[in-house]
Design a protein around this ligand. Structure first.
Ligand code: BJ8
Length: 423
């Protein structure tokens, strides 16, 4: 991939640091993904996507930019892709799933900041993220205190930060705030691209994103089967790639995987034997290349069958109603759709617990592992009531608090193995 070097250099990346990151990424992918047994053959597409994650996809985005299209980067599933697409721009998720330039990061952020926020700074300060560098607009959001305060600092590191306010309560005033913010975002997108958002373009945005989510829903439903036709790791990867791949191509690729999974299910062919303990993971988003928990669980005698996570069902479960005819009706449908996301920044957030229960039943999970990043107050605060409620209802639950380092990997493996053994 040496021929990408001029492209990376032009984007202002630090080539040596970037090489180091790619080495870690490729090595991790080889060790964790390519070492899996009985993978669906159609996962080859995702292997290819990952091998070109800073190569071909970036070249595609730069080609789009050459043709006048704008690129928008986001850190949260509250940023509505429908509106971005309607303005003829492309949305990419900025992943934040690995430690980078940690020492430098601690000049900007307190040590007790979650790994996800530190990672977003590390990728900027280390000059290693081509997605960040090619974005024409970066959207931050007022979600947790950590993120919302970090964006204040982040605005001195990037020129094109746009901050979206978000409600914290699922009330009528909360919804009014979200509607106002989405409308402000619609205008900002029109301003960025110079293209008016019309009924037609909004319809296109809604249909494109719905199709992507519907493909993922099909994948999720196939994970209900025992033996599991796909590993949790591979399904997690599909969720992760959904954040930066071309939406139409992604949708098509997921359907191809689903076709293969359907025949595997018919043949009772799985990645692990039938009756392997089935785990539902719930908690903080796991961004590329954060494969730590899934890897540990799936090398400890269990299979992960679902993710109650923003990189998973919390982020994709709802479709946007596409029956509206006017831009106003469609904007309202978009607001309705996003207002249902059960992020732990909301208070109270009882619907999230209901969703966890529902998923555990649908996926026939034997247990739930609650995953929190260290210093993530919203999810850590919810983790105890979630664990206690599930346990009281007879569903085994384990609370994990971790970061992106591998320092606790041995200890985690011991705890997880013991937990799985008693299932
Ligand atoms: S909608 S979950 S993607 S905010 S891990 S930065 S919460 S301290 S990521 Fe999230 Fe949007 Fe909510 Fe989803 Fe803060 Fe916690 Fe860090 Fe987090």
């Amino acid at each position: 991939s040496n021929d990408y070097r001029p492209m990376w250099e032009e984007l202002g990346l630090d080539l040596d640091a970037h090489d180091a990151l790619l080495n870690v990424l490729n090595q991790g992918y080889g060790d964790i993904y390519l070492s899996q047994q009985n993978r669906p053959e159609t996962m080859a597409y995702f292997d290819f996507v990952m091998s070109e994650v800073h190569g071909l996809r970036i070249r595609e985005l730069l080609d789009e930019k050459d043709k006048g299209r704008k690129i928008v980067g986001s850190y949260c599933v509250f940023v509505p892709e429908e509106i971005v697409l309607a303005a003829d721009a492309t949305l990419v998720g900025l992943c934040s799933g690995a430690d980078f330039a940690l020492e430098e990061v601690e000049n900007w952020l307190p040590r007790n900041t979650c790994a996800l926020i530190k990672s977003s700074f590390g990728f900027k300060l280390g000059k290693v993220c081509p997605y960040l560098e090619c974005a024409d607009m970066i959207v931050g959001e007022n979600t947790c205190d950590g993120k919302k305060k970090a964006y204040e600092t982040f605005s001195s590191l990037v020129e094109n930060l746009y901050v979206m306010d978000l409600p914290q309560v699922k009330s009528d005033p909360g919804k009014t705030l979200l509607a106002a913010e989405f409308d402000r975002f619609r205008q900002a997108m029109e301003h960025l691209t110079g293209k008016p958002i019309t009924a037609e373009s909004l319809k296109y945005g809604i249909e494109t994103v719905n199709a992507k989510r519907a493909a993922l829903h099909r994948l999720y439903a196939l994970r209900h089967a025992d033996p599991a036709p796909i590993s949790g790791l591979d399904a997690l990867l599909a969720n992760q790639v959904s954040f930066y791949d071309n939406p139409a191509r992604f949708t098509e690729s997921v359907h191809k995987i689903c076709d293969e999974l359907e025949s595997r299910i018919a043949e009772k062919k799985g990645v692990f034997p039938e009756k392997t303990p089935r785990i539902l993971v719930s908690g903080c988003p796991q961004a590329v290349p954060n494969w730590k928990l899934h890897h540990i669980v799936e090398t400890s005698g269990a299979v992960i069958v679902g993710e109650e996570s923003c990189v998973g069902e919390r982020g994709t479960r709802n479709l946007t109603d596409d029956t509206g005819g006017t831009p106003e009706e469609m904007m309202e449908a978009i607001v309705d759709r996003y207002f249902q996301i059960n992020c732990a920044i909301f208070t109270p957030n009882g619907d999230r617990l209901d969703h966890i229960r529902q998923m555990a039943a649908d996926y026939k999970a034997d247990a739930v592992i609650h995953y929190s990043l260290q210093f993530c107050q919203p999810y850590l605060m919810e983790s105890l009531p979630v664990e206690n409620t599930l346990k009281n209802e007879g569903l085994p639950a384990l609370r994990i608090e971790t970061d992106y380092s591998m320092q606790d990997a041995g200890q985690l493996k011991t705890r997880i193995e013991a937990f799985i053994e008693q299932l």
